[in-house]
Write a protein that binds this ligand. Sequence first.
Ligand code: ADP
Length: 363
Amino acid sequence: MASVTFDQATRVYPGATTPSVDKLDLQIEDGEFLVLVGPSGCGKSTSLRMLAGLEEVNSGRILIGDRDVTALSPKERDVAMVFQNYALYPHMTVADNMGFALKISGVDKGEIRKRVEEAADILDLRPYLDRKPKALSGGQRQRVAMGRAIVRSPQVFLMDEPLSNLDAKLRVQTRTQIATLQRRLGTTTVYVTHDQVEAMTMGDRVAVLKDGLLQQVDTPRRMYDHPNNVFVAGFIGSPSMNLIDMDLTDGGVKFGNGVLPVDRATVQGASGNQVTVGIRPEDLVPSTDGQGLPVEVDVVEELGADAYVYGHLAGTTPSATDKPLVARVDGRSVPMKGETVHFTPKKEHVHLFDIESGLRLGE
Ligand code: ADP
């Protein structure tokens, strides 16, 4: 086992004008499960492939433990990668697929069999060892791909969207299995996904990337409660945080017919006379006294225990591109479409961001 360090690691693809990964600084602890997440094209796979040795590092360094592996070949790094498409050999049995890397590195047959069987027991694959991949379900194939990584007892597991070929239900089950397995083995793991729910449920910590730049790395809880900027605020959480530009006024921010009190110190450095106010759907509370933000209800999504109310600021005409406002309400008391409901925020859960830089203001 070992820690992993990205030290200003940068990748510029040949012919590209901007780096796909730009001066990435990231320290992953020994035994930690770190998830790299971000929208398509943000540089997740490139980061992982740099760590695997499959992609050149143009500047900066990558360390595994104290070893600088920047110039080492993939084989010399002692990492095992689980790919999106599993890349199983169709003509080989499950056992041979799992033991292949060991065979190539000259491990003796008895030892290979022992390690393959141990991994098969961990992954519930014993009954399938003599089958070919085509005679397995998607979930079983995924486990074989995991098994192939486990038998090598590497210092680091690298996983690139390993659940993307599974259907929704199996994905949820398998994500728990992988997280449990990782904790049991205690192997440092870097896991790539575009799915923020996967990131939040699996990772000890989550690193959010955008346009090749690291935005924030934190525990899921901290990331949810303290997004560093507007991008992270909108990316983490579903439905996403309401982000509304509002006028600054004496003592706070103008909020509908009232004022949302804000510390002067918090907004002192703000550019201009507006700030972006961020409020999660569960932190908007319907008010009974007509105070707060008037929202005209467009759609109500009933989920049973609760409901999501989607709407727009009353008195405005929303365009097709306007993001709706969304509030979570009690499923047993939902407003009607077309009704105007006033909402007030839970003050302790209001986020403020600079309107120009998008950076978090205050704590
Ligand atoms: P992600 O995994 O987050 O979807 P990638 O790391 O695959 O993103 O890609 C990051 C950026 O680098 C994208 O703009 C992509 O088009 C570009 N890119 C990825 N691979 C190559 C390549 N082999 N050659 C040139 N550009 C690439």
